[in-house]
Design a protein around this ligand. Structure first.
Ligand code: 7RM
Length: 651
C-alpha cells in the first residue's frame, strides 16, 4: 500500500483495460491525432482565438484575446457578437432553415419538429414579447419551465436582446425559486401551467405564484400552456405565451453585444450558505461550448442526431442542449419526461425512433438502466449510435463497460467528460477518434485547458492522488458570483494561490491518465489511509449483483473513519453482505473493506442525480438531518435512518 505521502489519496487498484479508437471510427473522425493538442500547447491564447474565429460569426473583431487579472478573466475583449444570431440566423442565412433543430418528444407521446427557421421565428417573436414587458439589455429574466422547446426559445430570446437568463430547474420548490428571483432581481418570469412527469401533470404556475408572494422585482409573468392544468392568472401581471406571441412583431434584429456581456446566471448550491449565482458571459463561453461540443462528440452536423438527456435547468442543458449544439447547427432530440414512462425502455425506443447517433447522459442514469437489465435496450435497434458520453459523476468501470456493451454494441467510443457549472464547458475528456480510453478515466485535459494535481501544500503531483486544479484561464470560465466577487475569490482561488481549485480529488496513473475521485470531502481516512468513496463504490459495482453503491466514512473510535456502504442490487438479485465485503477486499485490499453494508432500493440523490453522501454520513453517524429539500426523493433517507437504527452492523 503506497503510504509515502500521507496527504495523497492512496493509489488503490488500477483499471487496466484500454480501448483505442477503432480504425472504422477513425476513418471519418474529425480528430485522429495530436494536432489540436500541439497547437494549443504552443500558444493557448492563439489556439482559442483560431477556434473562435473558425466556429463563430463575430460582428466586430476583438482587440485582445484574453485579459487576465487573477482571478478575473475577459476573453475576446473589444469583440462583438450576438449569441442568438450564432445559434440561429447564420444557419438560416446559410440555407439550412429547413434543418431540424429539435425533434421534441413529450412524455405523453406527442411530438413536435422544430426547424432552425421556426426556432428563429419564435425566438424573434419572443424577444419582442420580452421587450414589450419592459425587458432591456442588462436585465435578468427568470425561466421556470419543463423540458419543452420554449425553454430554449426563452433563453435565446434573452440572449438576442442582451438580457441575462436565470433558469431554475422545474423540480425546485417555491422557496428555491423565490430565493433565486430575489438574488438576481429578475424583472420577468417565464413559466408554464405545468409539465408531464411519470404520466401526470406536475404544476409549475401554482408553485411560481407561491414564490412570487415573497418577491418584489417581477412585473410580468409569461405562462406557456403545456400541462393543461387549471391556473390562476393575475390581471396585469400574468400573460399567456400563445396570446402574446400571436400579436408580437415577427422581426427582432440581433443586436451585436460585447463579448463580455452577461449571458446567464446559473445558481449552484454551495456546501454552506445561500446558492451562488454563477456568471457566464458571451464570446468566450460560446467559443468553449461550440468547440467542445464539436470535437468531444465528433459532431458531423449534417448527419448526426444528437441527444443529451440533461434538463435545461442544469448547466449541461445550457451548454450541451442549447448553446453548443445550436451554435454548431446540430439536430437534436429533446425529451420531456422520465426514462421509465410508460416502460423501462422509453429511452431506447426514442433512440431507435429518431436514429440517435450521439447520446450523452449521466452515470446515475446508466446505473439505473443496469438495474433495469439489458433486456430493455435489447428490445430496440440501437445500431445508429456511434458516440456515447457521460457527465456528472465519476463513472464506475463496471457501468462504463455495461454502457459500452449494452448501449454501444461494443463499438462506440465513450467520452467521460469532467466539468462543472463554474467551468462552463467540458475540461477533461477523451477525443473519441484520437484518445485510447480506459473505463472510468476522463483521460486528459482538452486542448487549451491546463489542469494539474497538487498536494496539500500546493506542490505539483505527477503520479498518484491529489487535488485537481486549473492552471490557466479558459474561455468558458465563470466570471464570478453574482453580487459577491469576494466569495468568488475566496471559494475558488484561495486554497492554492494562483490556481482555480475545483473541489475534486483525482489520481494520475503511470500513463498520465486522470481518474476523478469526486469531491475531496468524499475522501475517507481509514487508519491513516486516504481512500476515495469512488474507489470503494466502483469495487462494489463491479460485483455482478450490485447496481449502485454509495460509500461514506463514519467516525470510528479505532480506525478514525469506518467505511459504510449503501447498496442497491440489480433487478431480482440477492447477495450476502459478507460476499460483498470480501469482494471489495479482493478488488482493492483489506483496508477498503466496508465495516457495514446496508441494502436499499434507492439511494438519496440530488435532483441532478448526484449521490448525497453528506446525508448518508449523517445517517451513518446518527445525526439529525438538516435541509433535505434538494433531494430528489426525500422518503429514501427516512427509510435508511429507520434501518440504521434497527439493524446491527455485521461486525
Ligand atoms: C457538469 C456538471 C460538477 C461536479 C464536479 C465533479 C462532478 C462532473 C464528472 C464529475 C467525475 C466526471 N456540473 N463531475 N462530471 N466527476 N467525472 N466526468 O455536472 O456543477 O453540476 O457538478 O460534478 O465532482 O466538480 S456540476
Amino acid at each position: 500500500m503506497p503510504t509515502d505521502d500521507a496527504q495523497a489519496i492512496d493509489a488503490l487498484g488500477w483499471e487496466k483495460r484500454t480501448f483505442p479508437p477503432s480504425a472504422a471510427f477513425k476513418r471519418d473522425a474529425l480528430v485522429v491525432d495530436t494536432h489540436l493538442y500541439d497547437d494549443a500547447a504552443e500558444d493557448y491564447h492563439g489556439f482559442w482565438a483560431r477556434q473562435s474565429a473558425d466556429l463563430l460569426a463575430w460582428s466586430k473583431d476583438w482587440s485582445t484575446i484574453c485579459e487576465w487579472e487573477l482571478p478575473f478573466a475577459k476573453w475576446f475583449v473589444g469583440g462583438q457578437l450576438n449569441v442568438s444570431y450564432n445559434c440561429l440566423d447564420r444557419h438560416v442565412i446559410a440555407g439550412r432553415g429547413a434543418k431540424v433543430a429539435f425533434h421534441f418528444e413529450g412524455e405523453p407521446g406527442d411530438t413536435r419538429t422544430v426547424t432552425y427557421a421556426q426556432l428563429l421565428d419564435e425566438t424573434q417573436r419572443f424577444a419582442n414579447v420580452l421587450k414589450g414587458l419592459g425587458v432591456t439589455k442588462g436585465d435578468r429574466v427568470n425561466i421556470y419551465l419543463p423540458m419543452i422547446p420554449e425553454a430554449a426559445i426563452a433563453m435565446l430570446a434573452c440572449a438576442r436582446i442582451g438580457a441575462a437568463h436565470s433558469v431554475v430547474f422545474g423540480g425546485f420548490s417555491a422557496q428555491s425559486l423565490s430565493d433565486r428571483i430575489n438574488d438576481a432581481e429578475a424583472k420577468v418570469l417565464v413559466t408554464a401551467d405545468g409539465g408531464w412527469r411519470r404520466g401526470e401533470v406536475f404544476p409549475l404556475k401554482p408553485t411560481a405564484d407561491e414564490a412570487l408572494i415573497s418577491t418584489s422585482t417581477v412585473t410580468g409573468v409569461v405562462v406557456v400552456r403545456r400541462g393543461g392544468n387549471e391556473v390562476a392568472m393575475v390581471e396585469g401581471r400574468d400573460h399567456w405565451y400563445h396570446e402574446l406571441m400571436d400579436t408580437a412583431a415577427a422581426e427582432c434584429p440581433a443586436e451585436p453585444m460585447d463579448s463580455e456581456q452577461l449571458l446567464f446566471l446559473l445558481y449552484t448550491s454551495g456546501t454552506t450558505g445561500k446558492p451562488k449565482g454563477i456568471m457566464h458571459t458571451s464570446g468566450g463561453y460560446l467559443t468553449h461550448v461550440a468547440f467542445t461540443h464539436k470535437y468531444v462528440f465528433d459532431l458531423h452536423a449534417d448527419t448526426d442526431v444528437y441527444w443529451c438527456t440533461a434538463d435545461v435547468g442544469w448547466v449541461t442543458g445550457h451548454s450541451y442542449i442549447v448553446y453548443g449544439p445550436l451554435a454548431n447547427g446540430a439536430t437534436q432530440v429533446m425529451y420531456e419526461g422520465v426514462p421509465n414512462h410508460p416502460g423501462n425502455d422509453r429511452i431506447w425506443e426514442i433512440v431507435e425512433k429518431y436514429g440517435v447517433t450521439i447520446f450523452y447522459t449521466a452515470p446515475t442514469a446508466i446505473r439505473t438502466y443496469m438495474k433495469w437489465g439489458p433486456q430493455e435496450p435489447a428490445k430496440h435497434d440501437l445500431s445508429s449510435l456511434r458516440v456515447l458520453g457521460s457527465v456528472g459523476e465519476p463513472i464506475n468501470p463496471e457501468a462504463w463497460m455495461w454502457y459500452q456493451e449494452h448501449i454501444g454494441g461494443g463499438t462506440c467510443p465513450i467520452v467521460d467528460t469532467w466539468w462543472q457549472t463554474e467551468t462552463g464547458g467540458i475540461m477533461i475528456s477523451p477525443l473519441p477518434g484520437a484518445t485510447t480510453t480506459k473505463p472510468g478515466s476522463a483521460t486528459f485535459p482538452l486542448p487549451g485547458i491546463g489542469a494539474e494535481l497538487v498536494d496539500e501544500n500546493g506542490a505539483r503531483v505527477d503520479a498518484g492522488g491529489g487535488y485537481l486544479t486549473l492552471t490557466q484561464p479558459w474561455p468558458g470560465m465563470l466570471r464570478g458570483i453574482w453580487g459577491d466577487q469576494e466569495r468568488y475569490r475566496e471559494t475558488y482561488w484561495s486554497r492554492f494561490p494562483g490556481r482555480y481549485f475545483a473541489g475534486d480529488g483525482a489520481k494520475l496513473d503511470d500513463d498520465g491518465y486522470l481518474w476523478l475521485l469526486g469531491r475531496v470531502d468524499d475522501v475517507m481516512n481509514v487508519s491513516g489511509h486516504r481512500i476515495s468513496t469512488t474507489e470503494v463504490e466502483s469495487a462494489l459495482v463491479s460485483h455482478p449483483s450490485v447496481a449502485e453503491a454509495a460509500v461514506v466514512g463514519a467516525t470510528d473510535p479505532t480506525t478514525g473513519q469506518a467505511i459504510i456502504a449503501y447498496v442497491t442490487l440489480r433487478g431480482g438479485l440477492e447477495v450476502d453482505a459478507k460476499v460483498l465485503r470480501d469482494h471489495v477486499a479482493h478488488e482493492i485490499g483489506a483496508i477498503a473493506k466496508p465495516k457495514a453494508i446496508y441494502f436499499t432500493p434507492e439511494l438519496p440523490k440530488t435532483r441532478s442525480g448526484k449521490i448525497m453522501r453528506r446525508l448518508l454520513r449523517d445517517v451513518a453517524e446518527g445525526r439529525n438531518l438538516g435541509d433535505t429539500s434538494t433531494l430528489a426523493d426525500a422518503t429514501v433517507v427516512g427509510e435508511l435512518q429507520r434501518r440504521a437504527a434497527e439493524e446491527p452492523s455485521p461486525d
